[in-house]
Design a protein around this ligand. Structure first.
Ligand SMILES: NC(=O)c1ccc[n+]([C@@H]2O[C@H](COP(=O)([O-])OP(=O)(O)OC[C@H]3O[C@@H](n4cnc5c(N)ncnc54)[C@H](O)[C@@H]3O)[C@@H](O)[C@H]2O)c1
Length: 443
């Protein structure tokens, strides 16, 4: 029912160069989300699973308007890299290969891991650029040594070059799926320009040059798109925007929008559209994985808290409706609770009011699986970053805000948080890249 033969006329040629060889994917962190993503891709390649939830792999969208509209698979609109052409690599401070890391993460059942054991065993992590000051609750032996951030970053660049050569990759995307770093504020003296940032790396300013920034710097200098999957400051600074422009590489962030915040960015627009007031929004979570261990440190939780807060404040705009939204008590909590492992549970208590100010309450209880929700987001961010690179796009890729809890934006611009507006932005970018006319048509 979806397919018609009359393809809408293209305005222009597709701007995305065809793929021509292997796509290397270098993941910073070989933990729960990374291994779950890799296994899903490898199992799909063998026909033993499906990339459920990946819009790039399985999504269908409209092209053309009115009577001329057709629905087509995204992978047939854009030349998206085939899963068969992906080669995975990783860095981690633990020495476990991807198989052992997946077993320890205990997200997937053994029966879903064994069929790809051989390929997983071959993925051994490069030594990490790790600084315990940025994640006090973990430590491991597989760590690089060097005198300055600059020197260590050179080692990361060498890793990327070796990986690319050894695996005969045409292109490489680097994605941070490692732990959330402690909160550091933006400091214009160091983060305000590329020259100042490079000087700080050489001077080994470990307080203001976070490890994640070194990975991003190394990736961009090697011509690779970079994705920030945690809420780290990292590429959310002018120095990195300058670097992305100089190297002409796409950057995207930050923090995967997987569970609780995804629900928030669906519910908040509903309240706003109905002009329902909100007096309080209390969000709490329990989770027991390694991510939870790291977030148990207050300075790391602070990075996550800020990211999780931004959506509600942005959507329930008190400048437009001060009477409805200027006095929201919004609180976010994350509690480390080992028995739950990766099976996170979140609760939201939302106090709203309507006609004549009468109060009502909504409760949301989401029993989710953190890494299962995150894996398709990771895959799409990789595949669309690669598409953006081949289209000659560079700098902040706002069209991938759909996947991000705290979408990056330049100073003075306002990010879009509403999930369905973000989805419209994503589809319009796909249309534009493929040479079709972006539109405002209702699907
Ligand atoms: N699962 C989700 O739904 C979700 C949503 C949003 C964001 N995230 C973020 O994704 C990240 C990964 O989550 P996870 O559940 O896989 O965590 P995890 O703890 O299982 O894996 C993270 C891995 O990163 C490694 N690591 C830490 N610092 C590193 C460094 N400097 N260099 C290399 N490796 C390093 C750790 O050793 C660990 O193995 C976390 O930051 C988490 O907050 C996850």
């Amino acid at each position: 029912m979806y397919y018609k033969t009359n393809i809408p006329t293209k305005m222009k040629e597709c701007r995305v160069k065809p793929t021509n060889g292997k796509l290397g994917v270098m993941c910073v962190g070989l933990g729960a989300v990374t291994t779950t993503t890799i296994i899903g891709v490898l199992m799909s390649r063998k026909g033993l699973s499906k990339p459920t939830g990946s819009f790039a792999c399985d999504g269908i969208m409209r092209l053309g308007k009115g009577a001329d509209k057709i629905y087509k698979e995204v992978k047939h609109i854009l030349p998206i890299a085939s899963l068969d052409d992906i080669v995975f690599g990783a860095w981690d401070l633990y020495e476990d290969d991807a198989y052992d890391a997946a077993i320890k993460a205990s997200v997937l059942r053994q029966g879903d891991i064994e069929p790809v054991k051989e390929e997983l065993k071959a993925i051994r992590p490069y030594k990490a650029l790790f600084d315990k000051n940025y994640a006090t609750n973990i430590d491991g032996p597989n760590v690089k040594t060097g005198d300055t951030r600059w020197e260590l970053t050179e080692q990361l660049r060498q890793d990327i070059r070796s990986f690319k050569e050894e695996n005969n990759c045409e292109r490489v995307v680097v994605i941070w799926i490692a732990s959330t770093e402690k909160y550091i504020p933006r400091d214009e003296n160091v983060h305000g320009s590329l020259a100042a940032f490079e000087a700080a790396m050489k001077a080994n300013d470990t307080e203001r040059v976070a490890p994640s920034m070194c990975y991003a710097y190394a990736a961009m200098r090697e011509g690779c798109p970079f994705v920030m999957g945690a809420p780290n400051l990292c590429i959310d600074i002018p120095a990195m925007w300058e670097l992305a422009d100089e190297e002409k590489v796409p950057i995207t962030g930050k923090d995967f929008k997987s569970g609780q915040t995804m629900m928030k960015t669906v519910l908040a627009p509903a309240f706003f559209t109905r002009q329902l007031g909100v007096t309080g929004w209390f969000s709490t979570n329990i989770l027991g994985n390694r991510d939870g261990v790291v977030l148990d440190a207050p300075e790391n939780f602070e990075t996550k808290r800020r990211s999780k807060m931004s959506a509600v404040e942005n959507i329930l705009d008190s400048d437009i409706y001060p009477d409805l939204y200027s006095d929201i008590y919004h609180k976010v909590r994350i509690n480390y609770y080992p028995p739950r492992g990766d099976e996170k549970e979140s609760w939201d208590n939302i106090d709203i009011f309507g006609w004549m100010g009468y109060p009502m309450t909504i409760k949301v209880n989401f029993l989710c699986r953190d890494s299962i929700l995150a894996a398709p987001l990771v895959l799409d961010l990789i595949l669309f970053s690669d598409v953006a690179l081949r289209a000659g796009e560079y700098g902040i890729q706002e069209f991938m805000s759909f996947y991000c809890k705290a979408p990056m934006h330049k100073d003075g611009e306002k990010p879009v948080h509403d999930l369905f507006k973000q989805f419209a932005m994503l589809k319009n970018k796909i249309r534009e890249l493929a040479g079709y006319e972006p539109d405002q048509e209702l699907d």
